[in-house]
Design a protein around this ligand. Structure first.
Ligand code: GLN
Length: 492
């Protein structure tokens, strides 16, 4: 077994002091992927030659005494709904099989400018719609902790790649939980930044008012380091915030004085062993002297309902562009087929069942006669949910603590026949997107099933643009526990 690439900070020190070359790190990463990924299928594409060339460039710059950037030589993976000027950008869809982007997403470019080595593109639910990565047109990803289980989704490939220690850093996108839910199911850290914090330029749009890019890492410190690079205003994204970005690593190890954690009383209370894990997480904060305040968020009960109106509505509009004319797949036409037939055949062939379901739902809730009943009602609920969070923060909570998922990873195939069961995976995460807030999932324990221990995480939610404080609070938890140090046992 190839030695496990260590954390970003350790790798940085080794590469920076030239104890390890960037090429050696890239070779070890590629070898580990070659060994593990035929089984896990976290990657859709690996850029072997390009990665080695980029690594050689980093080594050459270091040899010249230059500073190639804060992520010099660090291997990273990108969810395959982010555009790169090279390779394919498939969104896990037949519709975009073989599609090549003419430009690179801002978030990816920032990592590249910081010296990171883009190793490859990772698997996802088609167009980021799903919670298990089973809706990928290219086959599911397996959970590194138990190969019979899903890694979560939709950023399941990125989560599995980090959990299996194939790369120390990967990007995902989170529209309703797609970073935080797989992070929980894979036992790693995942951050969804405030809406507007990270540019969405070059992220293929699912629901534009909810989508955010964020990092997966194995520690809060590594996630903070990544956010330092990813965050910031981008003139290419009209919704990106013109705010200065603090150094998220600066005070990370300073515990917050007088910490107050809000624990929402939710009707979807965690059950069984998940309840024990969550109670233990609350107790961890109590033991470090935090005040726990019970808060009431009654409207978050409507989060799933509102999200599954707003997100499909936006998706139906965003995905209208995949019509066989400009991008990707175009159906073979029969004699006599007109333009409408071309659209219909192309979209019926190119989109999988879940994406078609979302487009139909979204078109329905936006159609005249139903718009007021569904779409505008959902927008009102969305506003009220945001107000509810604001009230909780105004009442003195520095952050809110919730479970990240209802339970651990489920079996491949367990929920595919029941879309509603799949949607309920996001019961703790969608409210955060509706309100535009930042949140982080961190490893918080294990739940034993008949075969092995499966990781689960808890979620901290903070006021908008308070990522620095949120990460400090998360770091306090991490310092008091050792869940984040556990990795799936491939060596066994
Ligand atoms: N699982 C949710 C959905 O299917 C969230 C997806 C996401 O965040 N991209 O819509």
């Amino acid at each position: 077994m190839i030695p496990i690439p260590t954390s970003i900070s350790e790798l940085r020190a080794l590469i920076g002091s030239r104890k390890l070359s960037a090429v050696e790190v890239t070779r070890a990463t590629l070898a580990r992927i070659a060994e593990l990924d035929p089984e896990l299928h976290a990657f859709l594409e690996v850029f072997q030659e390009r990665a080695l060339q980029n690594a050689a460039d980093v080594d050459a710059a270091l040899a010249r005494g230059e500073n190639p950037g804060p992520l010099a030589g660090i291997p990273v993976a990108l969810k395959d709904n982010m555009a790169l000027e090279w390779g394919n950008t498939t969104c896990g869809s037949k519709m975009l099989r073989g599609y090549r982007s003419p430009f690179t997403a801002t978030a990816a470019q920032k990592l590249i400018n910081a010296g990171a080595i883009v190793i490859g593109k990772t698997n996802l639910d088609e167009f980021a719609m799903g919670s298990s990565t089973e809706h990928s047109a290219f086959g599911p990803t397996r959970n590194p902790w138990d190969h019979a289980r899903v890694p979560g989704g939709s950023s399941g490939g990125s989560a599995a790649a980090v959990a299996a220690r194939m790369v120390p850093l990967a990007l995902g996108s989170d529209t309703g939980g797609s970073i935080r839910q797989p992070a929980s199911l894979c036992g790693i850290v995942g951050v969804k930044p405030t809406y507007g914090r990270v540019s969405r330029y070059g992220l293929v749009a699912f629901a534009s008012s909810l989508d955010q890019i964020g990092p997966f890492a194995t520690s809060i410190a590594d996630a903070a380091l990544a956010l330092n690079i990813l965050c910031g205003f981008d003139p290419h994204d009209a919704t990106s915030a013109e705010l200065s970005v603090p150094d998220f690593t600066a005070d990370l190890d300073k515990p917050l004085e007088g910490l107050t954690i809000g624990v929402p009383r939710l009707s979807a209370q965690p059950q069984g062993e998940m309840a024990l894990v969550f109670d233990a997480a609350v107790a961890t904060y109590v033991n470090m002297g935090a005040t726990i305040k019970e808060v009431s968020l009654p409207l978050t009960d409507y989060g799933i309902a509102a999200y599954y109106i707003v997100a499909p509505a936006e998706a139906s509009s965003n995905l209208a562009r995949f019509d066989g004319v400009r991008y990707g797949h175009r159906a073979a036409l029969a004699k006599g087929d007109d333009l409408i037939a071309m659209y219909c055949k192309t979209r019926a062939e190119g989109f999988g069942p879940e994406v078609q379901r979302r487009i139909m739902l979204g078109t329905h809730v936006l159609s005249s006669g139903y718009y007021d009943a569904y779409y505008s009602t959902a927008l009102k609920v969305r506003r009220l949910i945001k107000a509810e969070y604001d009230t909780a923060f105004r009442a003195g909570c520095h952050a809110l603590l919730t479970p990240a998922t209802p339970g651990p990873a489920f079996r491949i195939g367990e929920k595919t026949a029941d879309p509603l069961a799949m949607y309920l995976e996001d019961v703790y995460t969608v409210g955060v997107n509706l309100a535009g807030l930042p949140a982080v999932t961190m490893p918080a324990g294990f739940i034993r099933d008949e075969r092995r221990n499966l990781p689960v995480g808890v979620q901290l939610i903070a006021p908008a643009f308070e990522e620095a404080r949120m990460l400090r609070i998360a770091r306090q938890f991490e310092a008091a526990t050792d869940w984040h140090t556990r990795a799936p046992g491939f060596e066994a």
